[in-house]
Ligand binder design. Structure first.
Ligand code: PEP
Ligand code: MG
Length: 323
């Protein structure tokens, strides 16, 4: 079956009736670049940059960031890449880089840490802007919870461009800036975020953690991890609708996006961009070919009206069986 799937490489992902869906790759380690290119992902929807900080002493400087990003961009050979700014802290701890916090998932992590510590953030932003002359790049901000964070980041980018210009260093001028929606507050105000950002990406790993109040690294509570919880489905729907209303792309890059158990429902909700581990790309494509977006959309609309009611389970089963 796996060998049969190889024949799907290079075929555009669509549903049964030909609705185009974008299948993108998540890159966590440099090894993933090769599989992303070989499997012909439509784009890289999430490039995690924390690996540069792992298993080492000291911090990477601007040149190391730059060399790494340039190599990835060139290695992708024209495949567009979404570079996520540093998501350090919480489940991605690095020695000497983050402050001790008694509740790290709610503490100074990701964009919060970056805005507080320019010495960590500046080299990365400079490196991304410089590397982006080598191919199509977007920037994505993790862990947004309020609009000030977007505005501050934009100001930092503008100031960094000014500095680079002054120094005579080449940089890309027009880079789309998007945000991860992975905090319930951000999902509930996705309409406001979508007015100030070029795209949104739903990070279900954290969105589920924060919405259901279950620590993603605590095995004692992982039985509560439920992507189909009505609260999660409502939040996802809210984000998709906000993106549509503002006419900006919405993708999903959490684990949920690459899971064939959830893809039919997400297609029914109107999601058209999925980002996943490269190993899931062909399975997802195969799944999509068997789905009817139109049928799923009708079924999903019905389900969303009946969330939590006695009909909920039956409607959900139907959607999952529709492929
Ligand atoms: C997420 O939270 O869903 C996500 C994609 O980011 P990470 O798993 O890196 O926190
Ligand atoms: Mg996350």
């Amino acid at each position: 079956q796996a060998t049969q799937r190889l024949s799907l490489i290079g075929k555009p992902a669509t549903t049964k009736e030909g609705v185009r869906v974008s299948l993108m790759a998540n890159i966590e380690l440099p090894e993933d670049i090769e599989s992303t290119r070989v499997l012909k992902a439509d784009a890289v929807g999430l490039y995690r940059t924390e690996f540069l900080y792992m298993n080492r002493q000291g911090m990477p400087d601007e040149e190391e960031h730059y060399r790494t990003y340039r190599k990835v961009i060139e290695g992708l050979d024209g495949i567009p890449i979404t570079i996520r700014t540093l998501d350090l802290g919480a489940d991605k701890q690095v020695d000497g880089c983050t402050a001790a916090s008694c509740n790290p998932a709610l503490g100074l992590r990701a964009i919060r840490l970056c805005l507080k510590e320019p010495k960590i953030f500046q080299p990365q932003i400079r490196a991304i802007l410089r590397a982006a002359i080598h191919g199509p790049v977007r920037i994505m901000i993790p862990m947004l919870s309020n609009l000030q964070e977007v505005r501050k980041l934009k100001a930092i980018i503008a100031e960094t461009k000014r500095q680079l210009a002054e120094e005579g260093l080449p940089y890309a001028d027009h880079i789309p800036i998007g945000g991860m929606i992975e905090v319930p507050a951000a999902a509930l105000s996705a309409d406001a975020f979508s007015k100030e950002l070029d795209f949104l990406s739903i990070g279900t790993n954290d969105l589920i953690q924060y919405t259901l109040a279950i620590d993603r690294v605590d095995d004692e509570v992982n039985y509560l991890y439920d992507p189909l919880h009505p609260a999660i489905l409502r939040l996802i729907q809210t984000v998709i609708e906000a993106g549509k209303a503002a006419d900006i792309p919405v993708s999903m890059c959490g684990e949920m996006a690459g899971d064939p158990r959830y893809i039919p429902l997400l297609v029914g909700m109107g999601l058209r961009e999925f980002s996943m581990q490269p190993g899931s790309l062909l399975i997802a494509k195969e799944c999509l070919f068997s789905l009817s977006a139109e049928k799923l959309s009708k079924q999903t609309r019905k389900l969303m009206k009946k969330l939590g009611s006695s009909k909920h389970e039956r409607l959900l089963d139907k959607i999952c069986r529709l492929h």
